[in-house]
Design a binder for this molecule. Structure first.
Ligand code: FES
Ligand code: FES
Length: 157
């Protein structure tokens, strides 16, 4: 076991991590942040997406010890800060959430994308979420929600 210190959702945290632990293991099993979903664990579904130093990463493929002294933001952090409130509202109102398993990773990915793309096209949104699998919605409602949320965010900024 090795000592690992990192900042999670704005708070400095320390724990002992196994050398082969992933960031996903540390977030869920070490810190109890279960909003980040354990899906395929092979880098294929996007359910485990979090921000590492503000960039989206697949936490199931990210070695925990590589996150030493870095900043991780999970869906819990984005929700508590209110940064994704409009996106969440639109996903609910447009039917972009069904079983909800993909939703945390989808929201983290879309948030990271929309920050830099204030007026995205539908194709750009589809491309941005191409690594996030959703078995329920067929994607159209998620894309619609993201389009509307981006417009509303643009109006306010
Ligand atoms: S759980 Fe990480 S990509 Fe599927
Ligand atoms: S809402 Fe069920 S997987 Fe996306």
């Amino acid at each position: 076991m090795q000592q690992l210190t990192l900042t999670v959702n704005g708070t400095k945290r320390t724990l002992l991590a196994k050398p082969d632990a992933t960031l996903l293991d540390v977030l869920r099993d070490g810190f109890g942040l279960c909003g980040t979903k354990r899906g395929c664990e092979q880098g294929s579904c996007g359910a485990c997406t979090v921000l590492l130093d503000d960039e989206p990463v697949l936490s199931c493929l990210t070695p925990a010890l590589r996150c030493l002294d870095r900043c991780v933001t999970t869906i819990e952090g984005l929700t508590e800060s209110g940064e994704v409130a409009e996106l969440q509202r639109q996903l609910v109102e447009r039917g972009g959430i069904q079983c909800g398993f993909c939703t945390p990773g989808m929201v983290v990915t879309l948030h990271a994308f929309l920050r830099h793309n204030l007026v995205p096209t539908e194709d750009e949104i589809r491309d941005a979420i191409s690594g996030n699998l959703c078995r329920c919605t067929g994607y159209a409602k998620i894309v619609k929600a993201a389009m509307i949320a981006s417009g509303l965010q643009g109006e306010r900024s």
